[in-house]
Every structure is written in C-alpha cells, then in structure tokens.
Design a protein around this ligand. Structure first.
Ligand SMILES: NC(=O)c1ccc[n+]([C@@H]2O[C@H](COP(=O)([O-])OP(=O)(O)OC[C@H]3O[C@@H](n4cnc5c(N)ncnc54)[C@H](OP(=O)(O)O)[C@@H]3O)[C@@H](O)[C@H]2O)c1
Length: 384
C-alpha cells in the first residue's frame, strides 16, 4: 500500500494536548489485521496515560496514539491470519499504549489501526459498530479478573450456551462491586454465563439495569450498611471471589471478604482514588494533594488485607492477551455469545462526536463522570 495515509490523533509527549496528523497507513504483520475504524470508545486509562504517563507508563514510545476500544471492518490481513477475512465486521482490543504493543500503529484513536487477529471478535450483523466499541477492554479486564488463574481463577463460561456448568451446592457466588461500570456490566454477564450467582453494587437508578445483566442482588454502594447487606445476601452460598471496580472499591470489598471464615480473594481493578482528574499542564498542586492520598489508600488496603488474611491481586486488563484464555473468551466465547444473546453490548454508548477532533472534549465528558454509559466516537461517516 504505497503512499496511502490516514488521520490519527497523536500524542507527542506526556502531559500535552493531542493533535490530528496525517500518518502512513501500515501493512499488517503476519498475525495482524488492518481495520478501518468505525467507532472507538474512551476509557479512564486514556486520560491517565496522557496526563500522568510520566509516572505510570514512562516507557510509552512517542509519537503515541492512545485508545483501547475499536470496532470496524477488516481491510487487510497478515499472511498468517487464518480466521479473519477482508470485509469482516469486528471489534478489537487496541494495544498501542500497552507494553505489549507500544507503537502508534496499534492505538485506537485513528482511522486505520493494526490489531492482533486474536484480539478481534467478529460481530453479528445485528450488533452496531457504536454498540460493539464499548466491549473490548471491558471484556478483557472482566475476563482477566474473573477467570485468569493468577486472579480469581473461576471457571470460564463454555463456548456454547448449554449445558451450563453444574456447580456443587451450596451455590457459588461472585461479588462484583461496581456493576454499572463498563467492566462490571460485562463481568456480570460473564459470571452469569459461567453459572455463578452474582451480587453487585450500583447507584439506585442503575439497579434494574444491573439486574437485567444478570445480578441476583444489587445494593447502593453509597448507603451505610452496604457491606453488611452484601454479606447477608451471600449467606447460604460459597463466595468464590470479589471483583472490585470503581475508585475506592477495594476497601469495602476487603471488609466483605473478611466476614467469611474461608476468605475469598479480592481482585482489584481500580485505584483508591480516581486518577483521570489530573489537569493537562502544571500539575504540582494536583500531585501534592492527590499522590499522598493515593499512596495512603494503597497502604491502608495492604495493611487491612494483611491484618484480616484476605488474599488480593491486581487486575491488568490486557494480561489475557498472551494467555490461551484470551483466545477462548475473545474469539470463541464472545463470538458465540454475541450471537446467542448471552453477551450484549453494555453499557449503552454515549456518542460524543463523529471526528477524531472530538476526542479531547469527549475525554472531558468521561472524566467529569458518566453513569452506566460509555463515551464513544462514531467514525462511521469517515471515508465512506
Ligand atoms: N486494571 C485494569 O486493567 C482496568 C481496565 C479498565 C478499567 N479499569 C478501572 O475499572 C474501573 C471501571 O472502569 P470503567 O471504564 O468500566 O468505568 P466507567 O464505565 O466509566 O464507570 C462509570 C461507573 O462507575 C461507577 N462507580 C464509580 N465509582 C464507584 C464505586 N466506588 N463503587 C461502585 N461503582 C462505582 C458508577 O456507577 P453508578 O452510576 O451506578 O454510581 C458509574 O456508572 C475504573 O476505576 C477504571 O480505571 C481498570
């Protein structure tokens, strides 16, 4: 593809604004596909890398293109690809700002992106690109936290819906704190499809939505007594693990886990405080106020876990990329489950623009806070 170019939203250095640039369209490597991006979704991580990457992702190579969530159509395939074909509609996990990819060609915030074939899932015609774009990082993070052996190590759902795994009684329960988050919305569906009973938390206006995704019980995480109510709801079942989602979710999950004689493991996906609020530009004041709270929050959790004997682990959503579980869940399970309805695209997309130039303002919408929505840029009109 000589001299072909496309547009990308480029980050030249940490803690600076991004700019739209014309870049050379790459050819896919043997196990990669080139995808025309039709929709992309935003994550808190994007803003954290942009503003605080110097602290948390110092090895990021520049120029960088951020973004993890993509849907679109395959326009070229690498010579070793056996599954995907040109023209396939897919959703995929983009690794441009992850240590496994770490190159601008694999970032989601552009019109053409290189994705690894095993990080892509074909979409049924009934699933729109904007809806599908909410799923890839949430699917990866939920899968990692729930099913990887180094995390909660639960039994993953089977590729086909039946028969469901028959778990011994008493019933096996998973607690998913933060059921209205994007990751939680997928985690509830995955745990339910795997045959677990799910207890969850969300704001009251999201309770029905979280129940529809499969949670048996949903409690308001801001109400006093939520820990005791979750513990009571788990009575009579075996709690096999907790997935802590949302800033500050780790401590209440530790308190819940410490109530059971056989301490279940807590998989933590979030920091004690939200990290996507740092400004672009001078950050000395923000860091002075926030970093001690962050370190103090982690220290308090570590002390509590040690004092109460609760095992913990930290979730990194892309860890499944190199694990056979990733292929099972992203390729086999997700493709089948999107067709048979065990996996739906949730939360609903909140379309905040149709151009790459709209991404910075859309990131601001996300960091100011959304409730059970995923901020999406719909590029379906680009290059038609
Ligand atoms: N470790 C990883 O690899 C990884 C990957 C992806 C995401 N994450 C983290 O996982 C969390 C969720 O990410 P996301 O993109 O799924 O978020 P999101 O969709 O933007 O989450 C928004 C939702 O968070 C809920 N929420 C906020 N704080 C909460 C708390 N303390 N307890 C329970 N619910 C809370 C709110 O629920 P209500 O509206 O019901 O109040 C809101 O609807 C974030 O902290 C993110 O940084 C980690």
């Amino acid at each position: 593809m000589p001299n072909i170019t496309h547009r990308a939203l480029v980050l030249d250095r940490f803690n600076s604004p991004m700019r739209v640039a014309e870049v050379a369209t790459p050819k896919p490597g043997p196990h990669e596909v080139l995808v025309r991006v039709r929709a992309l979704a935003l994550n808190p991580y994007d803003r954290v890398v942009q503003t605080l990457g110097g602290l948390f992702t110092p090895r990021l190579k520049f120029p960088a293109v951020l973004g993890s969530d993509v849907s679109g159509e395959v326009v070229a395939v690498g010579q070793a690809c056996r599954r995907l074909r040109v023209g396939d509609r897919i959703m995929g996990l983009a690794l441009g700002a992850d240590r496994r990819g770490n190159r601008w060609q694999e970032g989601a915030f552009q019109e053409m992106v290189l994705l690894r074939e095993d990080c892509c899932c074909r979409l049924p015609d009934s699933v729109r690109y904007a809806d599908a774009s909410v799923l890839p990082l949430a699917l990866a993070t939920a899968t990692t936290g729930l099913f990887m052996k180094s995390q909660l190590g639960l039994d993953p759902p089977p590729t086909l819906p039946s028969p469901l795994p028959q778990h011994d009684s008493p019933q096996r329960t998973v607690i998913i704190w933060g059921g209205a988050t994007s990751v939680g919305s997928v985690a509830i569906q995955l745990a339910t499809a795997a045959g677990y009973r799910v207890l969850s938390t969300a704001s009251p206006h999201n309770h029905q939505r979280v129940r529809r995704l499969g949670a048996a019980v949903v409690e308001d995480y801001r109400q006093d007594g939520v820990v005791e109510r979750i513990v009571a709801a788990a009575k009579g079942s075996t709690v096999v693990g907790l997935l802590a989602l949302g800033a500050g979710s780790g401590m209440p999950c530790l308190r819940i886990a410490s109530q059971f004689a056989r301490r279940p493991k807590v998989a933590m996906a979030s920091a004690p405080i939200a990290l996507d609020r740092a400004p672009i530009g001078p950050q000395a004041w923000w860091r002075l106020v926030t970093l001690p709270r962050l370190i103090g929050g982690f220290a308090a959790m570590a002390l509590r876990a040690r004092a109460t004997g609760v095992p913990t682990c930290s979730v990194w959503g892309t860890d499944l990329v190199d694990d056979p579980l990733g292929r099972h869940m992203v390729v086999d399970f997700a493709e089948a489950a999107l067709r048979d309805g065990r996996l739906i695209a949730a939360p609903e997309p909140l379309i905040e623009g149709q151009r790459l130039e709209d991404i910075p303002a859309a990131i601001d919408v996300l960091r100011l806070g959304v409730s059970a929505r995923k901020v999406v840029i719909d590029l379906s009109g680009v290059g038609m």
